[in-house]
Design a binder for this molecule. Structure first.
Ligand SMILES: Cc1cc2nc3c(=O)[nH]c(=O)nc-3n(C[C@H](O)[C@H](O)[C@H](O)COP(=O)(O)OP(=O)(O)OC[C@H]3O[C@@H](n4cnc5c(N)ncnc54)[C@H](O)[C@@H]3O)c2cc1C
Length: 403
């Protein structure tokens, strides 16, 4: 969008939510460090100065590639639907978490993909500590103080680390009966190491940092069942253990948002197992030069790029250049590296030839996330929150809001 600000085109941005969510910090909302509005910017505010952009709060539900029209639904005035004509269509509907065919687990183990998801998780985590405070049966109290995070990618690692810090650092003096220091945080991962996208050495450092924080990483374990009161895990030898736990959080595999299927069917193009739509090297759909697709929802030919923000951002800028007539080469992803934070003063970073861990990596992580957060006001607010939390070990956004 922003790449088209000097191009003489009219842009209609259709999104079913009225804000841009900075997903990398969603887990900080889920664990009470940040407020929702600090990581989400209203789209109208983002584009208020870009006069060639019109924002439409609606859901894309269908497309007619021959007629060059997009069908939208859920209009805010209550109308059932409407049709938009386009000269060029750019689709970037992202991804969502996949429960590997166990949709029933979604109720007991919400995911951190959306703002409502983050607020739901925050309420569940805080409510679990409240439940432990009033529970007198030791076994039941232990279950309320057991948190299971599924998936040890950056989101799972960051979330597990934050819950452990919350329990050991921020909460102990706030509760009278529950000893929040007894909290168990289990991080379950099928692979044999955490942060599989990082080098084995950094992955091992992250593993030890997690343990120091009080997280138990269960690598080589797979979740085989989740209920309201327990999570069952299977180890590499096939033995299944049922762990009493009242709070589970899902941060495992992803699949594309539903509109990817609609687009792929309309265009007759292939999708891979995760539902990614296959695009050509210039991010167009085969046979439809006026339709681009990008971000988490695509693979470029057979190549699957990492599902991270830099890929989506570089592809967005690339498509803007193609539309403006300033780009003739195929898309080429420039990998700028990987960052993950594990907790206060702990992170791992792979940036170009640099491999860092501990405090320097954490400072780098803070800087990069502040730079990419949208809006000066949010950057300032988040920086102040972080400084305040660092100094006081406190969490300012610990509100239980209705689900
Ligand atoms: C919890 C979490 C943490 C992450 N942390 C990091 C990180 O630290 N670093 C990193 O690089 N990446 C991170 N990522 C990944 C990164 O956020 C994604 O790769 C990136 O956002 C993908 O951008 P996108 O534009 O493809 O999709 P998205 O950013 O998901 O945007 C999709 C948009 O499409 C809208 N939409 C979907 N369907 C429809 C429809 N039918 N109609 C209208 N609108 C629709 C959605 O409302 C949304 O606004 C994280 C992701 C998550 C979930």
């Amino acid at each position: 969008m922003r790449g088209l600000r000097r191009t003489p085109v009219e842009v209609t941005l259709v999104d079913r939510q009225n804000y841009h969510l900075f997903q990398p910090l969603a887990y900080q909302v889920a664990t009470g460090s940040l407020s929702a509005s600090e990581i989400a910017s209203p789209l109208r505010a983002v584009f208020k100065r870009q006069k060639n952009v019109r924002v439409l709060l609606a859901e894309a539900i269908g497309v007619d590639l021959a007629a060059h029209t997009l069908e939208v639904g859920s209009l805010p005035n209550g109308d059932e639907g409407s049709t938009l004509a386009y000269d060029t269509l750019v689709v970037a509907t992202g991804s969502r978490y996949s429960y590997f065919g166990h949709e029933d687990w979604r109720t007991h183990a919400p995911e951190l993909k959306s703002l409502p998801g983050a607020l739901d998780i925050r309420a569940r985590i805080l409510r679990a500590f409240e439940a432990a405070e009033v529970e007198t049966d030791p076994a039941k109290r232990a279950a309320w103080l057991t948190f299971v995070v599924v998936g040890a990618g950056p989101t799972g690692v960051e979330t597990a680390g934050q819950i452990a810090e919350l329990a050991r650092d921020a909460l102990p003096r706030d509760f009278r009966s529950a000893d929040t220091q007894q909290t168990r945080v289990l991080l379950v991962e099928t692979a044999d190491r955490v942060l599989g996208a990082f080098t084995p050495k950094l992955s091992s450092k992250a593993f030890h940092s997690l343990q120091t924080l009080g997280v138990t990483p269960l690598v080589g374990h797979t979740v085989v069942d989740i209920t309201a009161a327990s999570v069952s895990v299977q180890n590499a030898a096939g033995a299944v253990e049922e762990i009493p736990a009242r709070t589970a959080i899902w941060a495992a595999g992803v699949t594309t948002a539903s509109f990817a299927r609609v687009l792929a069917d309309a265009a007759g193009v292939e999708t891979d197992r995760a539902g990614r739509v296959t695009v050509q090297p210039d991010l167009r759909l085969a046979g439809h030069p006026d339709v681009f697709a990008l971000g988490d929802m695509v693979r470029v030919g057979e190549k699957v790029l990492p599902g991270v923000a830099p890929v989506a951002m570089q592809q967005g800028r690339y498509v803007a250049r193609v539309i403006a007539g300033n780009e003739a080469r195929p898309f080429n992803y420039k990998d700028k590296g990987n960052l993950a934070t594990i907790g206060r003063s702990r992170a791992v970073a792979e940036v170009g030839p640099i491999r860092a861990s501990g405090f320097p990596a954490w400072v780098l992580w803070l800087g990069v996330h502040l730079v990419y957060l949208i809006g000066f006001q949010n950057r300032l607010l988040v920086l102040l929150r972080w400084l305040f939390s660092f100094a006081t070990h406190g969490r300012g956004a610990r509100l239980i809001t209705p689900r």
